[in-house]
Design a protein around this ligand. Structure first.
Ligand code: FAD
Length: 510
């Protein structure tokens, strides 16, 4: 099979060349099915160990759950609360790797504020304070410096409202401040993983579905032409998230829906910290109001069992009402339905452990399962711990198929665009661009040289140059890829409508 060029660029031409190479029929070492965070992570892990890798997705990079997350890189505090120290430590360690080595450009430290209103009793506040102190310990064990994630502390009411002016002042005793990691966007992490895997030689083919998986290969279909391909592979990883059970009958999942709302930051008086609002009647459930770059706040999330797995889940009105009612308990001016300018919902790929109870109680630990014919399925887990999950999946594939692979290298592999915080501070370009592209920001800007029409924002603060970069280098094949995955313009229908004519003309002209 012809080797892939050493380039991080994904685009329609490269997809075609990769498909032609696959059609030659030479066996790849590893076929990875599903290009969410798990599959792209596994492709990078395997390719960087020197294996030949084919990664396919039925739709697009980050088409599934990976783009519907809360965009938090968790330190594992909630696992500590349930006594699962090992998984809590794993989260804190992976957060450290992401924030300091593999993707510092995509993650910033996010202040999280628990306002102490009457609904939080002094006893609950003391408990939360102890939890945050344990979170500080976890951070220290993971060796994350306080300069990256500061220590938690208690604030008085004045400082609390300075961070979140939209909070109700009456009865506010103060707030508990802690810090966690926040991704500029989850889909961008997936795209960066896919492009870094491509640099290491992985073939990345979107719009290519697996019809059937076997331990020694798969039947694939090019969704753009309808052509069917028999692909021999020494090992196969099924990373299809909530759809994994469709290709591996022994995998049983209990998906649960998590909904978020999108509101303008002005509706909450421009908070500088995320708000953590307790759900009435629950000791460990909270609704979060998470400020984003570009003047938006995401409010989430719900946890509701679902029947059936749609391609794109929708947020029902009941979820929207629940989130508004809960967050309004802490706000001076209650949000109304009219403040909601967008919604999004994702399905958690939770393993059905056979335990009774709500899906919220099912373990978030990931699982790597090997079927009788050798297909490795990697499912469950969190975005934060994708790297560990990918390592476990590739280890299992290497063991099962006896592949000649070196040890895992991903703890030391920066993703495309990554650099130290100091280097990133010196990258020329607007902060918003550096936050999304890291060291590649000047490359994005260069696309607008001689094209002033690409310099200005098309919608939601996203420039035309970014849209062109998505097509030339990030594997976007059509307007949906650009609007819904490479950028998140599509999260707000009005923004999507505004940008669509420009994006369509761009796609036609490329
Ligand atoms: C609402 C919500 C909020 C969350 N928030 C966080 C958070 O803040 N932090 C965190 O760490 N984690 C969070 N998580 C968890 C995290 O998002 C998921 O664990 C993770 O994204 C799962 O990724 P995945 O790659 O396994 O699955 P997916 O992202 O769903 O990827 C599966 C891919 O497989 C493809 N596919 C399916 N069938 C086929 C086929 N037959 N052939 C080819 N391709 C196929 C799909 O198109 C899809 O792209 C959240 C989850 C939810 C639901």
């Amino acid at each position: 099979m012809t080797p892939t060029p050493r380039s991080t660029s994904l685009n329609a031409d490269r997809r075609l060349r990769d498909l032609e190479a696959v059609a030659e029929g030479t066996a790849v070492d590893l076929l990875v099915v599903g290009a969410g965070v798990t599959g792209t992570g596994a492709a990078l892990d395997a390719a960087s160990r020197g294996l030949s890798v084919l990664l396919v997705d039925r739709h697009d990079l980050a088409f599934g759950t990976s783009r519907w997350s809360s965009k938090l890189v968790h330190g594992g505090l909630r696992y500590l609360a349930s006594g699962d120290v090992a998984i809590a430590y794993e989260s804190a360690r992976e957060r450290d790797l992401l924030m300091r080595r593999t993707a510092p450009h995509l993650i910033r430290s996010m202040p999280m504020l628990l306002p102490l209103h009457a609904q939080v009793s002094p006893g609950q506040a003391a408990l939360a304070r102890t939890g945050f102190a344990a979170g500080d310990l976890l951070r220290a064990f993971a060796r994350t410096p306080a300069g990256v994630l500061p220590r938690s502390r208690r604030l008085n009411a004045v400082h609390t409202r300075a961070l979140a002016p939209g909070l109700e002042a009456t009865g506010l005793r103060g707030g508990l401040l802690s810090f966690d990691g926040q991704l500029v966007d989850d889909a961008r992490l997936v795209v960066a993983l896919a492009r870094t895997a491509a640099w290491h030689g992985a073939r990345v083919v979107t719009r290519c579905s697996a019809q059937e998986l076997r331990g020694d290969g798969a039947t694939l279909r090019d969704e753009l032409t309808g052509q069917t391909l028999e692909v021999p592979a020494r090992a196969v990883v099924n990373a299809c998230g909530v759809w994994a059970g469709k290709l591996a009958s022994q995998v049983r999942l209990r998906p649960s829906r998590g909904t978020h709302l999108v509101v303008p930051a002005s509706a909450l008086d421009h908070p500088h910290a995320a708000l953590t609002v307790p759900v009435p009647g629950s000791v460990n459930r909270f609704v979060l109001a998470l400020p984003q770059m570009g003047g938006r706040v995401y409010i989430g999330l719900t946890d509701e069992p679902v029947d059936g797995i749609p391609d794109v889940p929708r947020a029902p009105e009941s979820d929207i009402t629940f989130l508004l009612e809960t967050v309004n308990r802490a706000l001076h001016r209650p949000l109304t339905r009219d403040d909601v300018i967008g919604t999004f919902a994702g399905l958690r790929p939770l393993l059905d452990t056979g335990e009774r109870g709500r899906t919220a109680d099912v373990s978030r630990r990931h699982a790597v399962l090997v079927s009788d014919d050798g297909v490795v399925t990697a499912v469950g887990g969190k975005l934060t711990t994708y790297r560990a999950m990918a390592e476990d999946a590739v280890d299992a594939a290497v063991r099962t198929a006896g592949l000649p692979a070196g040890p895992c290298r991903t703890t030391r592999l920066p993703l495309v665009g990554a650099a130290s915080r100091r280097t990133l501070d010196e990258v020329s370009g607007p902060d918003s661009l550096v936050a999304r592209y890291g060291t590649e920001a000047p490359r994005v800007l260069a696309l607008a040289e001689g094209r002033p029409d690409l310099l200005g924002p098309v919608a939601a603060g996203v420039t035309g140059a970014e849209l062109l970069f998505a097509v030339r280098h990030e594997g976007a094949l059509d307007a949906d890829d650009i609007l819904d995955r490479r950028t998140r313009i599509g999260l707000v229908p009005a923004d999507r409508e505004e940008a669509l004519p420009f994006v369509e003309s761009l796609c036609a002209g490329v």
